[in-house]
Design a protein around this ligand. Structure first.
Ligand code: FE2
Length: 394
């Protein structure tokens, strides 16, 4: 069976924690700074990344130092690019930093499960990506990253991000929440524009999308989440729209984990407050899996609701182990809670393989192992196919 994968990322990670617990964050390591390629000039496209828009379109984003046209030429042949679309160019200023020219172009309609080739000017570098399949199976790669250095991060991830769609949600490091500048998420919103309008959201900080029978909800841990807030009301309406016959799988991503037995980041409002506000909604909707980042370690919980095991609750997984400048969060509370099935402080990433409408497999892969090694794995049976877990009125 062949899987087709793309990335779900929980962008950035944490430095703020508010509860006095016996956890000492390691000192930060030196930042990784990546310069443009040696042969690049001020008009050379860099930091190329792609993301899904609607059922059959793809957003292509890239940055140049100087202004160039926002035009993408594309097609299914590596030699001939018969289609072209022109989008928008923007830039932003944050304190004394001025961004490069951010190009944003949405191409399509595209065929599913098809290799497309694209470039930005005649004779320039040709990139390629494969569109997701229309049906199962599909594989998601999930990771948490820290990116205080936006340009270096864009250059670092381009080899992957230009080939498979990256769908992201924000973290605390992206907020720019400093007194001198009350506007937050300037860089994140300018550089990582997600298809929020398509799901009826009014903010790039929370949205949903559907791919191959999976409805994915990306929530914003660092924007209002209380009942009555815009995000809360949007979540209610989005959950009500989910058709489990069309998208049997319902997956939610947040940044700050609601369930966490690591000493790091205990008790933060983005965890306990958001959980108080929204856990009931996800439970009633029969969300299958909740993925979080923030804590720089790995932990998988059994199905849970309201702090106790519940066979109709989501599987909660913290996959905050993508690597960061602070090192790992290695201290766990003891004893391990009974709802915590597996926990380990190693760097790695997760894979969520949706095999069919009723069965998926989660696996965790540590950096120190070969990719084929699964340090943790679990089979997940879809809740919509469990008659004991009929969805409740939201
Ligand atoms: Fe974080």
């Amino acid at each position: 069976m062949k899987f087709h994968n793309f990335w779900l990322l929980l962008v950035a990670s944490a430095t703020i924690f508010t509860v006095a617990v016996a956890y000492n964050r390691p000192p930060p390591r030196k930042n990784l700074v990546l310069s443009p390629a040696d042969d690049a000039d001020s008009t050379t496209p860099q930091q190329v990344h792609i993301s899904l828009v609607g059922k059959n379109r793809m957003r292509i984003s890239w940055i140049t130092d100087d202004h160039t046209p926002a035009t993408v030429h594309y097609g299914t042949s590596s030699e001939k690019h018969e289609y072209s679309v022109t989008g928008t160019v923007s830039s932003y200023q944050h304190l004394n930093y001025t961004s490069g020219q951010i190009h944003d172009v949405t191409i399509g309609p595209l065929e599913p499960n098809t290799e497309y080739y694209y470039r930005f000017a005649p004779g320039s570098t040709v990139y390629s990506f494969k569109t997701p399949p229309a049906k199962f199976p599909i594989k998601f790669a999930i990771s948490d990253t820290v990116q205080p250095l936006w340009d270096s991060f864009g250059r670092l991830v381009e080899p992957l991000a230009s080939r498979r769609p990256w769908m992201v949600t924000q973290g605390n490091h992206d907020s720019e929440n400093i007194t001198a500048n009350p506007v937050t998420f300037i860089a994140y919103n300018a550089r990582w524009r997600m298809p929020f309008e398509d799901s009826g959201s009014g903010s790039n900080l929370y949205y949903s999308f559907e791919v191959a029978g999976v409805h994915v909800i990306m929530l914003g841990s660092y924007t209002d989440f209380q009942p009555g807030s815009n995000q809360y009301r949007w979540l209610v309406s989005d959950l009500k729209k989910v058709d489990r016959n069309k998208t049997p799988w319902l997956v939610v991503l947040i940044h700050a984990p609601w369930y966490n037995s690591n000493y790091a980041h205990q008790g933060e409002i983005q965890s306990v407050g958001m959980m108080d506000a929204m856990e009931g909604l996800l439970y009633k909707a029969r969300v299958d899996v909740v993925l979080a980042g923030h804590v720089h370690a790995y932990e998988r919980f059994n199905r849970v609701y309201n702090h106790v095991a519940n066979s109709c609750g989501p599987v909660h997984i913290t996959i905050g182990d993508g690597g960061n400048l602070h090192g790992l969060a290695s201290n766990y509370t003891e004893p391990q809670p009974t709802i915590s099935a597996f926990r380990e402080a190693s760097f790695g990433h997760g894979q969520f393989e949706v095999v069919n409408a009723s069965y998926a497999k989660w696996s965790w892969h540590r950096n120190q192992d070969d990719e084929s090694v699964q340090a943790d794995s679990v089979s997940i049976i879809n809740l919509a196919s469990n008659p004991a877990c009929n969805k409740l009125e939201i």
